[in-house]
Design a protein around this ligand. Sequence first.
Ligand code: PGA
Length: 250
Amino acid sequence: MVVGNWKMSPETLTRARDIFRAVSRQSKLFKNVDIVICPPTLYLGLLKKSANKNFFLGAQNVFWQNDGRFTGEISPEMLKNLGVSCCLVGHSERRALDETDEDVSRKVNGALREGLRVVVCVGERERDSNGVYFEFLKSQLKRSLAGVSSRSFSNIVIAYEPIWAIGKSFRDSMAPADIRETSIFIRKVLSDMYDQKIAAAASIIYGGSVEPENIAAVLKEGGVTGVLVGHKSLVPEDFISILKSANEFK
Ligand code: PGA
């Protein structure tokens, strides 16, 4: 799975359409990869989705209720009705705007009820030599997934994104061996929360400065089943190159 998170870019619908079209057109070449593009919400209904079965539209955020008076919010049902099949929840940049684990769990459950695939983002701000970040991660996972049953877990993707590795270059990304160690830790937490079978089958993806230069190593040595790509998802040539490597890996 390769998810492109456009964040609050690009500035114009014309540019959004250009990037989207470039990726969408090539998507059929990468049949081994589930490709999810998450543009800003405003553009979701305006980008023409290709018919390719491995190409999906995703939202960057969602509200937990389907109706009520919630100015400025977007419901899971609205997304579903627009043909959006996936959404990110709890990205660190949203958590930095005061989104709590409790908000995240409400959103996760609301989106799951509507049948959306939910990419739940977790990740530590920094690593310390005492391994406190492991405790942090465990608590973040448990609280963000509160209320998610074993049955609905099949629609969950865990995106592990260490905040310190986001928005840099592949040289400052996390070392694949460390990604592997963390993905094993996440499976262990999931095994405690659910069971070993669910933990073993869980989709865990990595995000944080994934670029054409490190995608192959991340997939080969990182123990993850995909990646969440930020800045490079806005550069069609680079994003396509990432998709190509991911497709070859399978
Ligand atoms: P990045 O962003 O690829 O620019 O590091 C990843 C993310 O924030 O999802």
